[in-house]
Design a protein. Structure first.
Length: 255
């Protein structure tokens, strides 16, 4: 069978809706958090004397009154997506709102918000409200290809994240030395370098092993512990929490 035939067959393939339904809830909760974080960030940007770096001069920076309406719309869309009501419309709305955040000012760009927009966009191309939602009356099969796109993005993110860490500065392990205070009694350069190497190896392993049935369950468990450990070690910062919830949510698509 030709690669083109395999591609068309995959586009026509259907799967059970529960995994995308569970993933939708996690992504929706992250979108709620991002709506609140965006409100805070734009409010700070509107403070007198704050330097602004618009991405495009024709994109207006909204005023405080308009910001409250924007935040309200963001929260409504995020809540609707989370509970699965008008999930496609809500999902596309979230994506547009995140795009607007990113093109409003360079300082508003965050990797985890861009990643969320891609995940929600792919989920919305399918039928994210088909299960575990207020709008689902009976289970119906959903397209598999949007979920495959999300999983492909996960592999790409892990690959380039691991690749970016392949440098002497990261391999020195200073970031772990400053953050993993519970390992302070064992302070030694070899320990921190081992932590750095283990992180790189694990992230490269995610690229392949999440796709393999024999290793998938182990990698999902390791990934969950890995991302929760980042939050516990480096702090409950919105970016770390966003990455953690997003990745644990999309892990459900591998089940």
């Amino acid at each position: 069978m030709s690669p083109l035939s395999l591609l068309f067959n995959h586009i026509d393939e259907k799967t059970q809706p529960q995994p995308i339904g569970l993933a939708r809830i996690g992504l929706g909760l992250t979108a709620i958090m991002i709506a609140l974080v965006t409100h805070r960030d734009i409010m700070s940007l509107l403070e007198p004397g704050t330097l602004q770096f618009p991405v495009f001069s024709w994109v207006p920076l909204i005023n405080r009154t308009s910001l409250y309406f924007l935040t309200a719309f963001s929260l409504i869309a995020s809540i609707l997506f989370t509970i699965g009501a008008f999930a496609r419309f809500a999902g596309f709305s979230i994506v547009l709102l995140i795009i607007y955040r990113h093109i409003m000012d360079w300082s508003l760009y965050q990797n985890y918000t861009a990643m969320l927009a891609l995940f929600i966009l792919c989920a919305s191309l399918g039928n994210p409200g088909a299960a575990i939602s207020v709008s689902s009356r009976r289970l119906t099969l959903v397209p598999l290809w949007p979920q495959t796109l999300i999983k492909f993005q996960v592999s790409v993110i892990y690959f380039y994240t691991a690749l970016s860490k392949c440098n002497l500065q990261f391999l020195e392990g200073r970031v772990f030395q400053h953050s993993l205070t519970w390992l302070a009694p064992f302070d030694h350069p070899a320990l921190w370098t081992a932590c750095a190497i283990a992180t790189i190896v694990l992230e490269f392993a995610f690229v392949i092993c999440l796709w393999l049935p024999a290793t998938r369950a182990w990698m999902i468990a390791l990934g969950t512990v890995f991302h929760l450990g980042i939050v516990l070690s480096f702090g409950f910062i919105s970016s770390y929490m966003g990455f953690t919830i997003e990745f644990i949510s999309v892990y459900l698509l591998y089940l």
